[in-house]
Design a protein around this ligand. Structure first.
Ligand code: 4G3
Length: 252
């Protein structure tokens, strides 16, 4: 998967490129990451990328022109990348991370993971000149209803959530399938060694080796936890046939 991030703080992306599963995905060339600094596309001596907002008000706004040169460069990198793969039919949308965006959730991650790539625009300050956004941005995404000092952490959250769903990236591809939210419920409790921790033992069913009982126990634990913590998810949940049978047993 191809990623190009446009950011005035490209070093922040070492968090993705130098650590963990995302760095391994990069090393195995399952993921390509380019960082592009709009400052490199400025022409004045001060390398200006922001200016005071028209109409007054606090803070600064990111200017359209350096961002335009940066995004056109990102598109060139994408074209080169995919032409090396003999492909010219790729789709690599420009995505802007902002509190005004569509809320990122697991269904959206599943929708984004199959994309050929993404060009991620990380805003800072008060935001970006609207004329640039209207001309170049295809998707605006928010990771939650709060404001951060920049779009870099949201961009890394988005990248991480997508990269872990790529085939052969996780230790066990199934782990991404059994996450919280994947089946519309929160995840069940997990246990591992030691068998006893401050006198608290592991639930017997998990030591029974009886896989059907274990699956049922885990599902019912998911249900209990989702009902208690996320009634909104529980209200939207539609059980499959087997889950409906297990639920009936719960009510009996
Ligand atoms: N919730 C998010 O995904 C998110 C994204 C970015 C961000 N900060 C940069 C920024 C960018 C644009 C406007 C703006 O007001 C702030 N903060 C939070």
């Amino acid at each position: 998967m191809f990623f190009a991030v446009i950011s005035i703080m490209p070093e922040m992306f070492r968090a993705v490129s130098d650590f963990g599963i995302t760095s391994r995905a990069l090393a195995k060339a399952q993921v390509v990451l380019h960082t592009i600094n709009p400052r490199d596309f400025t022409t004045d001596n001060y390398r200006r990328i922001d200016e005071r907002p028209f109409g007054g008000g606090p803070g600064m706004v990111m200017m359209a022109e350096p961002l335009e040169k940066a995004v056109l460069h990102a598109k060139d990198l994408a074209r080169e990348h995919f032409s090396r793969l003999g492909r010219d039919d790729y789709h690599c949308p420009v995505v802007y991370l902002s509190p005004q965006g569509e809320r990122l959730d697991e269904p959206m991650v599943c929708e984004l993971a199959p994309l050929d790539g993404m060009i991620l625009l990380c805003g800072r300050y008060e935001g970006v000149d609207e004329r640039f956004l209207r001309r170049y941005v295809e998707r605006e995404i928010s990771i939650g209803d709060y404001v951060l000092t920049g779009g870099e952490l949201p961009a890394m959250v988005l990248m991480d959530s997508v990269i872990r769903r790529l085939p052969n990236v996780m230790q066990d591809d199934n782990s991404a399938l059994e996450d919280s939210f994947v089946d519309g419920l929160l995840d069940c409790p997990h246990y591992t060694k030691p068998h006893e921790f401050h006198g608290e033992r592991v639930p017997d069913v998990l030591l029974s080796g009886h896989h059907a009982n274990i699956a049922k126990w885990r599902f019912l634990e998911q249900v209990k936890r989702t009902k208690a913590r996320r009634p909104d998810l529980w209200a939207a949940f539609t059980p499959n046939k087997e889950q409906s049978r297990w639920l009936k047993a719960l009510d009996d």
